[in-house]
Design a binder for this molecule. Structure first.
Ligand SMILES: CC(C)(COP(=O)(O)OP(=O)(O)OC[C@H]1O[C@@H](n2cnc3c(N)ncnc32)[C@H](O)[C@@H]1OP(=O)(O)O)[C@@H](O)C(=O)NCCC(=O)NCCS
Length: 183
């Protein structure tokens, strides 16, 4: 089977993005997912991950994760054969699923992130997690807006916590989504 490559080009104006499908990530998607991390990482302002990174080590880590289907799941957004976004969720032994996601520029703000988070949330609940958690840069209004829309709340802020390769120290907003708020 041929693996799908990530798309480096934005969709043409007016294209119907309803064609984008969300499906489970497989081993064949690993390189495409790494392409997305590399492209979005190169934007320098959305991900914790900075470029360049060790692609091979990252691929091995994703493959290891995919072989643990009770505690890890990835989903990809595919646009006519091209992977344009992904989410992954890793459930810790104490029941919290950590979320990481990225969508290529040109495919953002069109509901794909919402669909990816909804799909990931559905899986995490079925897999027995009691909560989802993530960290997001304070300037990432779109991501924070998406998470809040889907029920995540801000739980705190890590001050001057992450040292970037530039030497800057960035804050991070900690967000969580409890599946059983009364527990
Ligand atoms: C963040 C990201 C995953 C969101 O996915 P998306 O497909 O762009 O988001 P959606 O279109 O599904 O939803 C966006 C929601 O965020 C909110 N939103 C969008 N733009 C916003 C803005 N400028 N300010 C505040 N909220 C905003 C809205 O609630 C919107 O939902 P609505 O259109 O139903 O009102 C995507 O933009 C992305 O990959 N960005 C770069 C990488 C990244 O930031 N990853 C997350 C790291 S924590």
């Amino acid at each position: 089977m041929k693996r799908l490559r990530a798309c480096r080009q934005a969709p043409s104006v007016g294209r119907v993005l309803a064609e984008v499908t969300i499906r489970p990530q497989t081993e064949l998607d690993v390189e495409s997912v790494i392409d997305i991390l590399e492209i979005v990482g190169a934007e320098g302002r959305w991900l914790g991950l900075e470029v360049p990174f060790d692609r091979r080590a990252r691929a091995e880590a994703i493959l290891r994760d995919l072989r643990q289907p009770t505690t890890f799941a990835g989903f990809v957004a595919e646009d006519v054969g091209r992977v344009v976004g992904s989410i992954d969720i890793r459930i810790a032994p104490y029941g919290v699923g950590s979320v990481a996601m990225a969508i290529l520029d040109g495919y953002r703000s069109q509901g794909i992130g919402t669909r990816l988070v909804e799909r990931g949330t559905e899986w995490a609940k079925q897999a027995g997690a009691h909560k989802l958690a993530l960290e997001v840069w304070p300037h990432n209004d779109r991501a924070i807006g998406l998470y809040k829309k889907l029920g995540f709340v801000e739980e705190g802020r890590l001050h001057r916590h992450y040292r970037r390769r530039s030497g800057e120290l960035w804050d991070a907003v900690v967000m969580g989504l409890l599946f059983d708020a009364g527990a």
